[in-house]
Design a protein around this ligand. Structure first.
Ligand SMILES: [Fe+2]
Ligand SMILES: [Fe+2]
Length: 339
């Protein structure tokens, strides 16, 4: 069939989906008790497996997303891979990541980068467990048959820089040490600290401008060249003000959301997905979507990962607003967790 080869528009197998926090937290905590790190291949990670992808542990056709659990006093040993990786920290008190000798301590809301082939290990200096959301381009890397993975010969890397050095040196974003050239590859800062992100969101709130589809949204970028933080995927933080209901649009890029704070709903292709703090939501490519913060007084803050940088690099990206019904979809059902 001609349309199997040249479909009229994208036909994603991934479906819109919502994972509830309580259920995932219980599973992750249980894995923390039952599974030693050695059994799980260096990391204890719960992959968000999209029910439309025939059992593959991928959230969308291009994104691997997983909830990682690290017990107190534990060390997830150093390894490196060609897959581009990042972490958004959900809970952490006293845990760290060491990326290529640069150790950074992690706090809730931090966004951590792991460019390809950099050695990385994680650990905790006290009895507190940590949880974060991993995002990697594993599906793309595997599709292209381009994967490389290597374990380090040591149990943990030697720390070669001052603790939190990359944040101290590059964390402000507007200044480059005069003795260094611009860095055009990956951002030199290995973590975007939550307190800086919140400051940026609050600044945007004061600026009196907003996007009709996302309300107040900021992408994490390489401040030296303005590009997305990674090449195959990017990440954003979005604040939806109380009572704001955005208009619907669709684009050739898939998104995975983590609800950092607040509650509300998204409508995806006519289905309403009610979300609250801690939940994860998938919007497949080319699906119409709009968001609503149902609170009268509290902001909703959403972290998200998108494959848009990859689509744009390949000249595949396009975006269109919903023209009918003043830009709002007609809701025909509410998501219940059944396919
Ligand atoms: Fe890794
Ligand atoms: Fe969107």
């Amino acid at each position: 069939m001609e349309q199997d080869v040249l479909p009229l528009q994208p036909t994603p197998a991934a479906v819109p989906w919502l994972w509830k926090w309580d259920e995932l937290y219980q599973l992750a905590a249980m894995a923390g008790k039952l599974i030693e790190l050695e059994d799980g291949g260096d990391r204890r990670a719960l992959g968000l497996s999209n029910p439309g992808l025939n059992g593959k542990p991928y959230a969308t056709e291009t994104l691997w997303m997983a909830l990682q659990w690290l017990n107190g006093k534990e060390i997830a040993p150093p390894h490196r891979h060609i897959a581009q990786a990042s972490r958004f920290i959900i809970q952490s008190e006293g845990s760290y990541s060491t990326v290529e000798g640069n150790r950074i301590f992690l706090e809730r809301g931090d966004f951590v980068l792991n460019p390809p082939l950099l050695w990385h290990d994680h650990g905790s200096i006290n009895n507190n467990h940590a949880i974060w959301l991993d995002a990697l381009d594993i599906p793309v890397t595997n599709y292209l048959n381009a994967n490389f993975f290597e374990s380090h010969y040591l149990d943990k890397q030697k720390v070669t820089k001052k603790i939190n050095a990359s944040v101290l040196k590059y964390g402000n974003g507007n200044y480059r040490p005069l003795w260094e050239d611009p860095i055009n590859e990956y951002p030199p800062v290995s973590v975007y600290k939550w307190k800086e992100t919140l400051k940026a969101l609050n600044g945007l709130k004061e600026a009196d401008e907003a996007c009709p589809y996302d309300d107040l949204a900021l992408e994490y970028v390489n401040s030296f060249n303005g590009n997305s933080s990674m090449k195959t995927f990017g990440a954003s933080i979005q604040l939806i003000r109380p009572k704001i209901h955005t208009k619907a649009h669709r684009h050739v890029s898939s998104n995975v959301y983590y609800i950092f704070e607040g509650s509300g709903y998204s409508v995806i292709d006519g289905v309403r997905f009610n979300w609250s703090e801690g939940d994860f939501l998938v919007i497949p490519t080319w699906a119409y979507h709009e968001h609503c913060n149902t609170s009268e007084s509290t902001d909703a803050i959403l972290f998200s990962v998108s494959d848009r940088p990859l689509m744009q690099a390949m000249d595949k990206y396009r975006q269109e607003p919903l023209k009918e019904n003043d830009g709002h979809q007609i809701v025909h059902s509410v998501f219940t967790g059944n396919l």
